[in-house]
Write a protein that binds this ligand. Structure first.
Ligand code: HEC
Length: 265
């Protein structure tokens, strides 16, 4: 069963996340501005007490939004069950860094007051890390999709590797459809553990991805409209057309089995 919020197009989720990350950067910049105004000027231009309050409220909203975006990301990774691309891995490292820095900052402000002098530096580091983290994900995504308008985006490194492999495979013509029971069983097992989250095998209804009923019986694939051949399905698994995560770690044998199962739908 597709999960409730996953009924929306995955693209929209990426787009939403990108927009939210712009807000995160804006909040980080605003936090820097309030901090500079509070601590960085001899002649104060604003009411300091009020600025402190604003800085704190801004911080609370930052944490709330950060957790929301983290939840989106974790949900996606948990569902996709693939290795992270290098970009996603760096993104996660920066996100974890922010969590640690936030924890330190709050504890220095509230408990370990002797370290209070470090709070400003940590604040700056958080703002900087936010900028890098958001640039690596939302910024990158908005750039390559021309602000969400170009739908042909498929940027994973795994995808590129898969493409090379698929090309080689295509030359040998080795993606013939298997029909033996072993392959079909194995394929169903794989499907249930890796594809089921986003696809319905027994209808053509769209969850995150299109339903797969009759996939190989139709003339064309549901989204890309490439012809419905085993080659193109193998290519989709290794080098997805758009938003699907690449499964380039699957052995050729596994892909054969998946195709054998899809052929029965
Ligand atoms: C995280 C969600 C997700 C998972 C997991 C997933 N897919 Fe997809 N799939 C999609 C989306 C989204 C599309 C729409 C096309 C695209 O974005 O690449 C799609 C499209 C497809 C298509 C149609 C491609 C076309 O050209 O129209 C096939 C075939 C497919 N997936 C097979 C699989 C198989 C097999 C698995 C398991 C190994 C799988 N998918 C796992 C999201 C997913």
């Amino acid at each position: 069963m597709p999960l409730p919020f996953y009924n929306e197009d995955l693209m929209q989720i990426f787009f939403l996340k990108s927009i939210l990350s712009i807000f995160l950067v804006a909040m980080a910049l605003f936090a820097m501005f309030t901090m500079f105004e509070i601590l960085g000027r001899a002649d104060k231009r604003y009411n300091i007490e009020r600025l402190r309050k604003i800085h704190k409220i801004n911080g609370i909203f930052y944490i709330a939004l950060f957790l929301l975006v983290t939840w989106f990301c974790l949900r996606f990774f948990a569902g996709a069950k693939t290795e992270l691309s290098p970009r996603a891995a760096f993104h996660s490292i920066f996100a974890l860094t922010i969590i640690i820095l936030l924890g330190l900052k709050v504890s220095f402000v509230r408990v370990y007051r002797q370290f209070y002098g470090k709070v400003q530096t940590i604040g700056l580091l958080i703002a900087l890390t936010t900028f890098i983290m958001a640039g690596l994900s939302g910024g990158y995504y908005l750039l390559v999709t021309k602000f969400g308008t170009d739908k042909t985006f498929s940027g994973t490194v795994e995808g590129k590797k898969g493409e090379a492999r698929e090309e080689a495979a295509g030359k040998e013509g080795k993606w013939a459809v298997r029909t033996d029971a072993d392959s079909i069983c194995k394929g169903k097992e794989l499907y249930d553990s890796k594809c089921y989250f986003c696809h319905d095998a027994y209808s053509t209804k769209t969850g995150v991805g299109p339903g797969h009923k009759g996939l190989l019986k139709n003339p064309v694939l549901p989204v890309s409209k490439k012809s419905a051949t085993p080659e193109n399905i193998a290519n989709q698994i290794l080098h997805p057309y758009k938003d699907m995560p690449a499964f380039s770690y699957l052995a050729d044998n596994d892909i054969q089995s998946l195709i054998a199962f899809l052929n029965t739908l």
